[in-house]
Design a protein around this ligand. Structure first.
Ligand code: ZN
Length: 52
């Protein structure tokens, strides 16, 4: 079951699993939101996830 996180910047992070989604979200944060690196936990990322 895939999931998505709709980032506030308009980017949609997609993942085929929780681990995949968290990894992709962390990559997006590092690339586009470097000031947020280390401030968003795995639980918070999964809390923002929606069924995709
Ligand atoms: Zn973003």
């Amino acid at each position: 079951m895939s999931k998505v996180i709709n980032c506030e910047c308009g980017y949609t992070v997609q993942g085929e699993s929780d681990d995949d989604l968290v990894r992709n979200a962390e990559e997006h944060i590092q690339r586009d939101h470097p000031e947020m690196v280390g401030t968003v936990s795995r639980d918070e990322l999964l809390g923002m996830a929606e069924e995709g």
